[in-house]
Write a protein that binds this ligand. Structure first.
Ligand code: TYD
Ligand code: MG
Length: 457
């Protein structure tokens, strides 16, 4: 195999040269030359042979009609953590690379250690740690009573030694915790720099494909919310999961933002306990605060996260303002959306809010990413303004348009069933979202406009 070569290549125009310079001679941009490893053109190494695809080599020319592709369902390996399997699209796919991102201390290592502990009964594994010592991992396992005694752990940060360990151990599932600590001697830049992270991840992904290993890469999220710089890793791997949680909250949410083997925006929910992460099978129950009495300014809506409906509470507080520009503050929803809904409420509902500060909070750290929450936001605002609580067993969803119409949202029936399951008795929903047969145990109020919704109150 020809030796890999170091070149400096411009991130703007792709110009390559053997020496670093402050200014790219190709396009004239400043500070864009990055150290990169140039692989020899034809990989003579058999390690890279299977890189072309999952369905095996496609023959000499590499061209194949799609009908000839073996369309067998890939056999998936369950992690036995149902919520993790769900975000992965049904389990681990051999030869896939999964990136798990999240803030430090959120529980990435714990989650993977728990998954490894469960898998260690039947699978060959390797847990490579670059951040913690083997003792620290063992101690944490013991502290959280995770039965991880059988998990083979390697403390290593050198990419080459890591790869040779993987090649000799031949694990089916490998964890690299974290990719920011891995370095290759081919590059002079420090571990965690964009070029190191990109090069090391690319080699590990290739290894995963070639040897049909499932590789988990743990990645830290930078302050800007990207994993190791400008999303360098996201396009290389098959699946990108983010592990999130509100500060101070016990609940942790894992979300698929990219998945070549399943749906995106799928959500798995865990609770953090002294005994490690526990799955939350019924997340609707935790996102609804269990209030004692009915309080003004609270409305429940049915949103969807990935493939499942989720009941969340929207809280609003409307208060007289002392400012010339009243405040519009949102947590868990888009700020501009609130401004728009307040304008619609004013124009089409006749509710003036120009003299009021409006605060909106979505309980439990959930983000209302879809428009189905509009109606509940409007109702919560109105309830706070009038200081009149909505009945506890009411639920609503629907998009509010600029002309004051209430528009249907996808999967209306499913949302209603979820609400009925949690004991809600009355639903205010867009006209076209109400199923013909109704929903058992639930009175459905169909509305076409904001006016109708307000008069239903
Ligand atoms: P850790 O998994 O190390 O976070 P990350 O790898 O994302 O940086 O978790 C941080 C700490 O939280 C660790 O000391 C263990 C503790 N912890 C619990 O006590 N219970 C839990 O359920 C979890 C997930 C973590
Ligand atoms: Mg960690």
């Amino acid at each position: 195999m020809a030796r890999a070569k170091i070149v400096y290549s411009c991130s703007e125009c792709g110009h390559d040269q053997p020496k670093w310079a402050g200014r790219c001679p190709g396009c004239g941009a400043w500070g864009t030359l990055e150290e990169t490893v140039r692989e020899p053109a034809a990989p003579a190494n058999p390690r890279f042979a299977g890189y072309a695809g999952y369905a095996g080599s496609a023959g000499e020319a590499g061209v194949i009609a799609l009908k000839d592709v073996k369309a067998e369902e890939v056999a998936r390996l369950s992690t036995t953590l149902g919520e993790l399997d769900r975000v992965l699209g049904g389990g681990l796919v051999p030869g896939s690379a999964i990136l798990i991102g999240g803030d430090p201390g959120i529980g990435k290592s714990t989650l993977l250690l728990q998954a490894m502990a469960k898998l260690s009964a039947g699978q060959r594994l390797l847990y490579v740690t670059g951040e913690e010592s083997v003792q620290q991992i063992g101690l944490r396992g013991r502290r959280l009573s995770v039965d991880c005694g059988q998990v083979p752990v390697l403390a290593e940060t050198s990419l080459d030694r890591m790869i040779s360990a993987i090649e000799s151990q031949r694990p089916e599932v490998a964890v690299i915790d974290s990719i920011q600590t891995v370095y290759t001697e081919l590059l002079n830049s420090a571990p965690g720099s964009v070029s190191q992270v990109r090069e090391c991840a690319a080699r590990l992904v290739r290894l995963a494909k070639a040897q049909q290993i499932t590789v988990f890469l743990v990645g830290h999220v930078t302050k800007e919310g990207a994993i190791a710089g400008p999303r360098v890793l996201e396009h290389m791997v098959d699946t990108v999961l983010y592990f999130e949680g509100e500060a101070g909250s016990r609940f942790r949410v894992i979300r698929a933002v990219k998945n070549r083997f399943g749906a995106v925006n799928e959500l798995g929910v865990f609770a953090m306990t002294e005994g490690g992460l526990k799955e939350v099978k019924n997340p609707s129950a935790i996102f609804l605060t269990r209030q004692i009495a009915e309080t003004p300014g609270s409305a429940v809506c049915v949103t969807r996260e990935g493939s499942r409906p989720l009941l969340v509470e929207v809280q609003a507080l409307v208060d007289d303002t002392s400012l010339a520009n009243p405040r519009r503050v949102t947590v868990g929803m888009e700020h501009n959306r609130l401004a728009m809904l307040l304008a619609v409420l004013h124009r089409h509902g006749g509710v003036p809010l120009a003299g009021q500060d409006v605060f909106v909070n979505v309980v439990g750290g959930v983000r209302l990413a879809e428009t189905a929450g509009d109606l509940a936001v409007v109702l919560a605002v109105l309830s706070s303004l009038r200081d009149r609580p909505l009945p506890r067993d009411w639920v609503s969803f629907g998009e509010v348009g600029l002309t004051g119409e209430v528009r249907p949202v996808p999967h209306g029936e499913e949302r209603l069933h979820e609400a009925a399951k949690h004991g809600f008795k009355r639903a205010i929903v867009p006209h076209h979202n109400a199923p013909k047969g109704g929903v058992e145990g639930m009175e459905i109020v169909r509305v076409k406009t904001l006016q109708e919704a307000l008069s239903a109150l």
